[in-house]
Design a protein around this ligand. Structure first.
Ligand SMILES: NC(=O)c1ccc[n+]([C@@H]2O[C@H](COP(=O)([O-])OP(=O)(O)OC[C@H]3O[C@@H](n4cnc5c(N)ncnc54)[C@H](OP(=O)(O)O)[C@@H]3O)[C@@H](O)[C@H]2O)c1
Length: 238
């Protein structure tokens, strides 16, 4: 079993990825930017995510890193494009550079939003065609991994459903897209709030939802096989 670092382990998808990898017997270390508190379920190493040396120290002894951390604010990346670019592409470049120092495999979790959201079940050779800044930044980050990592792969997922492992609730209102759609509905209805479903020409309208534990299991298999290139991990039905 591999020793796997996880970035974004305090987040919605990363927490479940960490949980599933640990359940499957992998040795999991979450790279976090602040102390996650005493109840945090996995080993956590605090790193300065702006500093490659700090990230490299955090990765010491790891065979692979599952990179899920992003500046996850759809409005924020438009409002402050430099911060947005750095929170996707810059951060990914630093993680890759740190991983390269110790021959650590990089598994980057990307999105079906690198496509335009009008098709379904395209294959991995399909060229990206993002319709919004989020998709552009994710496609750019993918290239960093594919072109710069000594060993790395991109795993595209979409419309992730599941529970948040370390927070009692998900985001109270639905974010753009279909991620945590069910969790957001349950949270809203439980608190008697109205539920707003997003619709916009710049938001992909076709999703193939996946449950987050599947992502953890598939990432673990990809790490075990030390794959490279692009993997599509969508569900079978849109
Ligand atoms: N949710 C979906 O439906 C979906 C679909 C496709 C792909 N994805 C991908 O899955 C990944 C995780 O998404 P999510 O929904 O789980 O997001 P999330 O819940 O918002 O979690 C974001 C994570 O990134 C960390 N982070 C944010 N800014 C950072 C920075 N500047 N430096 C270091 N860490 C930072 C956060 O840490 P703190 O706790 O310190 O803030 C948190 O752990 C993303 O790469 C996303 O593109 C998600």
């Amino acid at each position: 079993m591999a020793k796997i670092a996880v970035t974004g382990g305090t987040g919605f998808v990363g927490g479940t990825v960490a949980a599933v990898l640990a359940d499957k017997g992998h040795d999991v270390t979450c790279l976090v930017r602040r102390d996650p508190g005493p109840g945090f379920p996995w080993l956590a190493r605090i790193v300065d995510t702006e500093d490659v040396s700090s990230l490299a120290r955090g990765l010491e002894g790891c065979d692979a890193v599952a990179h899920l951390a992003i500046y996850n604010d759809f409005g924020g990346i438009y409002a402050d494009r430099r911060r947005g670019y750095d929170g996707y592409v810059g951060l990914t470049r630093r993680v890759v550079d740190a991983a390269n120092q110790i021959d650590c495999l990089v598994g980057y979790v990307s999105t079906d939003w690198v496509f335009d959201g009008t098709g379904h079940l395209v294959d991995e050779e399909e060229p990206p065609n993002p319709v919004n800044l989020y998709g552009f930044l994710k496609a750019s980050s993918e290239l960093v991994v594919l072109e710069r990592a000594k060993a790395g792969f991109v795993a595209r997922v979409g419309g992730v459903q599941g529970l948040h492992q370390t927070q009692a609730q998900g985001p109270r209102s639905q974010d753009v897209g279909f991620g945590y759609f069910v969790l957001a509905i349950v949270d809203a209805l439980r608190s008697g709030a109205r539920f707003l479903v997003w619709e916009d020409p710049h938001i992909n309208s076709i999703a193939t939802p996946i449950v987050s534990p599947e992502i953890g299991a598939l990432l673990g298999r990809a790490v075990d096989r030390r794959i490279d290139g692009v993997l599509h991990l969508p569900a079978a039905r849109r």
